[in-house]
Design a protein. Structure first.
Length: 193
């Protein structure tokens, strides 16, 4: 009898707590990426629209999951002719590979979550697969996650080596007019359900 009462009490407490326990929130994000190619002959700066869908548990960023995408056709550098080249089959080949994607495989929080008034924030290392130009590589990037109520912001910076993704371009251009490594900055904003 005592055992049944104990089981009933434990079950009742768990049922009462279950709605209170944190559940990941599905968030659709929109924003942009900035990319910078710094080469001896030329510095190129550009932007592209980005979208993503992530699941975020406000209690633990270790469980963050999701995917972000960039449309190659949406990449702009401020020079129409250069943009045409960027999307051509000699470079990113927008027809064959229309999207660049990053899929989160795991996350490791860097420190504790911080709260400043009604804004919460945390830093996390995201480990995932970056797919670009038909090649998928595992990368790690540090990301800052902030939220206030149901509004979220994710920012990150990382580098991409063109050779790792078999982006060769015209002969002699990579390394002189286009940097061998591209600096990427990501800024996404979203609203939870």
């Amino acid at each position: 009898m005592k055992f049944n009462v104990l089981i009933f009490a434990a079950t009742s407490i768990l049922m009462w707590l279950s709605p209170v326990m944190a559940q990941p929130t599905a968030i659709k994000f929109q924003g942009n990426i900035q990319f910078i190619s710094d080469a001896p002959m030329e510095r190129i700066e550009g932007t592209a629209p980005a979208t993503g869908e992530f699941n975020i548990d406000k209690q633990s960023l270790a469980s963050i999951s999701g995917k972000a995408s960039v449309s190659v056709a949406g990449m702009k550098t401020g020079n129409d002719k250069r943009d045409e080249h960027l999307r051509s089959d000699s470079w990113l080949d927008a027809k064959q590979f229309p999207e660049i994607t990053f899929t989160i495989k795991s996350a490791s929080p860097n420190g504790d979550l911080k709260k400043n008034g009604d804004v919460s924030a945390g830093t996390v290392t995201l480990n995932g697969d970056l797919s670009l130009h038909g090649v998928t590589k595992s990368i790690s990037t540090k990301a800052d996650v902030k939220w206030k109520g149901d509004k979220y912001k994710i920012t990150s910076k990382f580098q991409v080596k063109l050779a790792d993704f078999k982006v060769e371009g015209a002969s002699g251009i990579v390394g002189s007019k286009v940097g061998k490594t591209i600096d990427i900055s990501v800024s996404l904003r979203g609203k939870g359900n």
